[in-house]
Design a binder for this molecule. Structure first.
Ligand SMILES: Nc1ncnc2c1ncn2[C@@H]1O[C@H](COP(=O)(O)OP(=O)(O)OP(=O)(O)O)[C@@H](O)[C@H]1O
Length: 246
């Protein structure tokens, strides 16, 4: 579980994007919704340990990302797939994934073994020796997840993982998340509300750095009222909620 305790964060000297946020994320799949600029990516980047809050604590178990001595072990517990995943142009999928494991503390030999196992889990074994830079958008995001699995991350933070994917790739991605949900805490920031119904255990809706909804997904879908069983229920529920906030 990833715990935010009274976290405040702002970019440089600007006013805070998040102010006094406390939330426990996990177990299961949490889907994070909200309009552009709501603070979803900021929350995930803080959760990854890549950036530090101005105040508050961010913890996985007893490890606190704000404590210098904990930071490396904290980061090893969290896999983060940002919207823009950087790859080393000359590296293969296997090398890129093994590098991620090694950077998070695995030994050299463990990194190769764990990388191959993780690549198999995300269904990319056929691409093992291809250049990571040659992967499609959906394959690249699956490789990002493999990087987290290769260092046995307990928490996976996925930022807009299905943006720009075609229907077939989105379906591959959904299957993957369903396979991983038992073993990892997964937090997905997305605008694709239709992916929700099958994926989410819990839904959080953010606006202006605040949580305007946080509950189990069935409660969220029930906001769609009479249309709660409808294929577009998630979209309707989201619209009902955000229009009420305006
Ligand atoms: N690197 C940055 N420097 C300065 N301000 C930033 C930076 N990144 C984000 N912001 C600001 O922080 C706020 C929250 O942005 P964030 O990217 O977290 O929102 P989001 O909900 O993920 O949006 P989107 O759905 O567009 O990805 C916005 O006002 C944004 O302009």
């Amino acid at each position: 579980m990833l715990a935010f305790e009274n976290v405040t964060f702002g970019y440089r000297r600007r006013s805070p994007v998040l102010a006094g946020v406390s939330v426990d994320l996990g177990p299961g799949v949490t889907v994070l919704l909200g309009p552009n600029g709501a603070g979803k990516s900021t929350l995930l980047s803080l959760g990854s340990g890549a950036v530090c809050p101005r105040s508050g604590k961010i913890k996985v178990g007893t490890l606190d990302s704000t404590v210098r001595g904990d930071r490396a072990r904290f980061r090893a517990k969290v896999g983060w797939v940002p919207q823009q995943l950087d790859v080393i142009p000359s590296f293969t999928v296997r090398e890129q994934t093994a590098l991620a494991a090694w950077l998070k503390g695995a030994t050299r030999s463990e990194s190769w073994v764990e990388a191959e196992a993780a690549i198999a889990k995300v269904g990319l074994t056929a691409k093992l020796n291809r250049k990571a830079s040659s992967l499609s958008g959906g394959q690249l995001r699956r490789m990002g997840i493999a990087e987290g699995l290769a260092h046995r991350a307990e928490v996976l933070l996925l930022d807009e993982p299905t943006a720009g994917l075609d229907a077939a790739q989105r379906s591959v991605f959904r299957e993957l998340i369903l396979n991983l949900r038992e073993s990892s805490t997964i937090v997905i920031a997305t605008h694709q509300t239709e992916d929700l119904a099958v994926l989410a255990d819990r839904v959080i809706v953010m606006e202006n750095g605040r949580f305007v909804f946080d509950d189990i997904s069935t409660k969220f879908l029930s906001l769609a009222g009479a249309d709660a069983g409808n294929a577009n229920a998630a979209e309707l529920a989201y619209r009902t909620l955000t229009e009420a906030e305006e």
